[in-house]
Ligand binder design. Structure first.
Ligand code: SF4
Ligand code: F3S
Ligand code: ZN
Length: 103
């Protein structure tokens, strides 16, 4: 599962489409965590798609991640500022790749 303390345990190493990327990153095998309020561990995501289907405000968009060992696309929290903290995505992800900081 995604580390809920990633803010403390990881460092911001990049910016992607306006949100933070938390390392370590070593492409294409290691992609880190994308987002801060809505955070997706790209190294855990298996492209299940439930988060994209269920999010009521369309926070997620697919990004292609060719040659990543778990999946060739990931759910990117492209619109994390729109999140209404419903926690659906956290509940439906089969690999617990998503953390939403509702506090
Ligand atoms: Fe979307 Fe709800 Fe997840 Fe926020 S908590 S990203 S609104 S599904
Ligand atoms: Fe990935 Fe979990 Fe969404 S596997 S596509 S973050 S439901
Ligand atoms: Zn991203």
């Amino acid at each position: 599962a995604i580390d809920p303390q990633f803010h403390e345990n990881r460092e911001k190493v990049d910016d992607h489409e306006g949100h933070d990327v938390w390392g370590p990153v070593d492409e294409p095998e290691k992609l880190g965590i994308h987002g801060t309020h809505v955070a997706v561990d790209f190294d855990l995501c298996i492209a299940d798609g439930a988060c994209l289907e269920d999010c009521p405000v369309d926070v997620f968009e697919w990004v292609d991640t060719p040659d990543h060992p778990e999946s060739e696309k990931k759910a990117d929290p492209a619109n994390e500022a729109q999140c209404i903290d419903c926690m659906l995505c956290v509940d439906v992800c089969p690999v617990d790749a998503i953390d939403v900081d509702a506090g």
